[in-house]
Design a protein around this ligand. Structure first.
Ligand SMILES: [Mn+2]
Length: 313
């Protein structure tokens, strides 16, 4: 089977790439950010590139209504294309896509923990279970790897399990890079870190601790509507930082991390009463109630410069 995979760039999206490579012989992976996915899938579909593949998967990320309609229109042209696309996502903000027969979006799934019925889902776990049930794929047993990815992505590692291994798995991805990470876990899905990996992780943790401390000092507090928001400019470790800052500043409703260089904004919170998925959506982004993201405007860098010049005149 020749597979095309559009997947997200984070650990959960990369986890989907690993699952695809475990399940199929030939996989063309395209990693996409929220701001790229629509254009990439649109071009691919518009140029009828799906004809070159047995199956096209879109995992851990979703497409706009316009692109969804384009897919729908393209696959109904011929009967053989009807099942060519499959989108699998776990972001609650994408649930509306379930009206398309090729989309499967669920933010919850059956729990692997005895006594608990449901748990938050992840792209990787939904994709693995989907392939297991629907594609008869020859998948190895990778439950531990999948569960660590899920725990990291849903932040369950922190809020429920206190599972540092899940966090270290994510650290390792950014330390060794996407391609090496995919290669490493396609070969061996076990989480026994090698001596070299252990050392990298240890050095990294020292760096992270220092960075969080610095950013904590740089953060400023601002009202946005009724909410008191902590704002920080940061280019790294947004997930850990958001959680760290939210936990250490109980007066804050949530934390906003702006990465000017990459033109991204991350929202993190710990309060049940605030849905950051909705707040990010109002800025053209999306995500979960306690962790979401959007893009900055592409002229933010220039406006910062202009403001700086104006203020110093
Ligand atoms: Mn995910």
């Amino acid at each position: 089977m020749k597979i095309k995979l559009f997947t997200h760039t984070d650990l959960d999206g990369v986890g989907c790439a690993i699952i695809a490579k475990l399940a199929f012989d030939e996989v063309d992976v395209e990693y996409c950010n929220y701001n790229e996915i629509d254009q990439k899938v649109k071009d691919f579909t518009g140029l009828m590139k799906f004809k070159e593949y047995d199956k096209v998967y879109i995992t851990d990320i979703s497409v706009s209504k316009e692109v969804a309609d384009l897919i729908e229109y393209s696959v109904t042209e011929k009967k053989e294309y009807l099942n060519r696309y499959q989108l699998i996502d776990h972001h609650a903000t994408a649930k509306w896509l379930n009206e398309y027969r090729w989309a499967y979006v669920d933010d919850m799934e059956l729990s692997i923990i005895p006594g608990e019925k449901v748990m938050k889902s992840s792209g990787t776990s939904l994709f693995y279970n989907y392939l297991w049930e629907n594609e008869n794929a020859n998948l190895p047993f990778a439950l531990n790897f999948i569960e660590k990815v899920r725990r990291y992505d849903t932040w369950d590692w922190h809020t429920i399990h206190n599972d540092n291994e899940a966090k270290r798995l994510n650290d390792l991805l950014y330390l060794i890079g996407r391609d090496r990470f995919v290669q490493r876990f396609t070969k061996d899905t076990s989480l026994r870190f090698t001596e070299g990996e252990e050392m990298l992780l240890e050095i990294e943790q020292t760096k992270i601790d220092k960075y969080l401390e610095t950013k904590s000092k740089q953060m400023f507090k601002q009202y946005f509507g009724d909410h008191l928001v902590g704002v920080v400019f940061a280019e790294q470790y947004q997930s850990q930082m958001g959680n760290y800052l939210a936990l250490n500043n109980e007066d804050l409703d949530y934390v906003v991390m702006i990465d000017v260089g990459n033109e991204t904004v991350s929202y993190r919170g710990i309060h049940d009463s605030i849905d950051l998925g909705i707040i990010a959506k109002s800025f053209g982004g999306g995500g979960h109630p306690k962790a979401s993201g959007s893009q900055t405007h592409s002229n933010v860098k220039e406006s910062l410069w202009r403001t700086f010049v104006a203020l110093n005149k």
